[in-house]
Design a protein around this ligand. Structure first.
Ligand code: ZN
Length: 226
């Protein structure tokens, strides 16, 4: 994609141009500059730069454009200003629609594949099953296991544990870990809860960024209170 530059071609003979310059002195600087700057301007369309001309003549771009239009209106030259929108340039001749042959079956097959992909994406969003397992199955394998780490796995664990126990444990961990605590000390402070339950909730809270586990296995709450 690019912008076509402005083009001009002189239409008047050298002699007509000279008499034009005599009668339109205000425009003659521009015609002279054009002749000095661009070769072959009488024979063929030439790309010009209004910006360059404006700089040479110490004018504004708009003034140059305006003068070019004036000179064109006298039939001295033809002027095609730059197109303001980007142009697409086809490197090859565009085939006529008559010769375009779209294989309908291939088209339908591609459409179908695309449709399936979108459907799979939507199912991934709304599934309540393990998301990792969902992805693995999408790629043709069947593990039949759950990752235990995705949001759905956590939701399931929370349900199994009973949301009340889960929430009580979460709140306790966050409260106790305010100034940092090791897992062993945490467990000692919460003897009513089994270790695997405790670990599940710790994993959940870590994933939700409510706590962080430091290098020495120390747990820190990320919030002042829940
Ligand atoms: Zn999972």
């Amino acid at each position: 994609m690019f912008f076509f530059p402005s083009k001009i071609i002189f239409k008047a003979s050298q002699q007509d141009l000279r008499s034009f310059e005599e009668s339109h002195e205000n425009l003659s600087e521009l015609t002279k500059t054009l002749l000095r700057t661009y070769q072959g301007i009488f024979d063929d369309h030439v790309n010009i730069s209004e910006r360059f001309l404006a700089k040479t003549l110490r004018l504004h771009d708009d003034q140059v454009i305006d003068q070019l239009k004036q000179i064109a209106s006298f039939g001295i030259l033809e002027y095609w200003p730059q197109k303001e929108t980007p142009q697409v340039h086809f490197l090859y001749n565009r085939a006529s629609a008559r010769y375009l042959n779209i294989d309908h079956e291939v088209y339908l097959e591609r459409k179908n594949i695309y449709k399936k992909r979108v459907e799979a994406m939507l199912s991934y969003l709304i599934t309540t099953k393990c998301r990792m397992d969902f992805l693995i199955r999408y790629f043709g394998e069947d593990t039949g296991t759950s990752c235990g780490k995705c949001d759905n796995c956590f939701a399931k664990k929370r349900e199994e544990m009973g949301s009340e126990e889960f929430d009580v444990l979460s709140q306790n961990i966050i409260r106790i870990a305010k100034s940092g605590i090791s897992i062993a000390d945490l467990q000692a402070q919460l003897p009513a809860f089994k270790r695997d339950r405790l670990m599940e909730v710790i994993n959940y809270l870590t994933r939700e960024k409510l706590i962080s586990v430091g290098a020495a296995g120390m747990i820190f709450s990320q919030q002042k209170s829940l």
